[in-house]
Design a binder for this molecule. Structure first.
Ligand code: HSE
Length: 335
């Protein structure tokens, strides 16, 4: 066991249009693949076993930075703490840990903020305790945090945040079954993130629970074709597959500026465009970085014009790396 361990987990795009709750990819900054963000850093240090009460007894949050005071320090309401507590309960019931969370990405933006926290927490605690748990086990514990945040058991942000790359979550039962998919050379994500917020839990509650069979057939046809396009390096098939008939028709009208951004992306030459997770961030897949820069600029301009708020843009080469321990030892965490 080390004195402390610090881990980074990246932001991610979930759904990828046609893969509601099952497909996602990790993001990185174009300029720098070091763990500067977007993503979260969690530092775990050994806690003192002092009979702590509360829903996550052996886990304590000692500090949160970069969240503008919006995230709860109460462990039972914090995704990182809930994920860490799930891990301790199952794997190390006698241990206790303190967590410091550093947000290097916006909250409620559709970029998997809660997943980045949960994954960074379980990776840091795993390293702190020297457990070396299999990724599927880490994912199962991180899922407890994601359920708290979104009200649903889905791992389409968690899995890319943990594994990196572009992944398919075939099932979560009886154990998470994650398939890492190939990424055609040059495939690049363009992203625009307006400074507005969408609560994922509320957004999920608006979705249809009863899906007409015809729409389900369309959706799984596109999801299967998207996977095939990745294996075949077939960007035309990929482009035809980036269609969401399940979530986007419900969410799109509630995300101001989305259709303007989508039109701008199409006109700028994107292969396809949809909401990132539940939005408000909008992503587009593009052939090459130059194209992605143009598309990101076009989407951001459209959103700024429609909303009158600032909009960040990001160009992320794919595949991006997943979570990793960035420091482990007596001094990680600085105290
Ligand atoms: N698949 C999820 C959704 C991702 O679209 O609700 C958001 O966390």
């Amino acid at each position: 066991m080390t004195g402390s361990a610090r881990a980074f987990a990246p932001a991610s795009v979930s759904n990828i249009a046609c893969g509601f709750d099952i497909l996602g990819f990790a993001l990185q900054s174009e300029a720098d693949d070091s763990p500067g963000g977007p993503g979260d850093v969690v530092t775990a240090t050994q806690g003192v076993r002092d009979g702590r009460a509360g829903p996550c007894g052996p886990v304590r949050i000692t500090a949160i930075a970069g969240d503008d005071g919006r995230l709860p320090l109460q462990t039972g309401r914090n995704t990182a703490a809930v994920a860490a507590a799930a891990l301790l309960e199952a794997e190390a019931p006698d241990a206790s840990v303190d967590l410091e969370i550093e947000k290097r990405m916006p909250l409620e933006s559709g970029l998997g903020s809660s997943a980045a926290s949960a994954v960074a927490a379980v990776v840091a605690v795993d390293a702190l305790l020297g457990l070396d748990l299999p990724p599927a086990t880490l994912l199962r514990h991180a899922l407890a945090g994601e359920i708290l945040a979104s009200g649903g058991a889905h791992a389409d942000n968690l899995a890319p945040a943990l594994f990196g790359g572009l992944v398919l979550v075939r099932s979560l039962e009886p154990e998470p079954d994650v398939v890492e998919l190939p990424v055609p050379e040059g495939l690049t994500c363009a992203l625009a993130r307006p400074h507005t917020h969408v609560n994922t839990r509320e957004s999920r509650s608006t979705l249809d629970r009863d899906l007409p069979l015809e729409r389900a057939v369309t959706q799984w046809g596109n999801a299967a074709a998207l996977v095939a396009s990745l294996y075949r390096n077939d960007l035309e098939l990929l482009s035809r597959s980036l269609v969401d008939v399940v979530a986007e028709p419900v969410r799109g009208p509630n995300v101001p500026g989305f259709y303007d951004a989508k039109q701008a992306a199409t006109e700028a030459g994107a292969l396809g465009c949809s909401l990132s997770g539940s939005g408000p961030a909008v992503f587009a897949l593009c052939d090459g970085r130059d194209r992605a820069r143009e598309v990101a600029a076009a989407m951001a301009a459209a959103l700024e014009h429609a909303l009158g708020v600032d909009c960040d843009r990001l160009v992320s080469p794919l595949p991006a790396p997943g979570a990793r321990v960035i420091e482990a030892g007596r001094d990680a965490g600085g105290g």
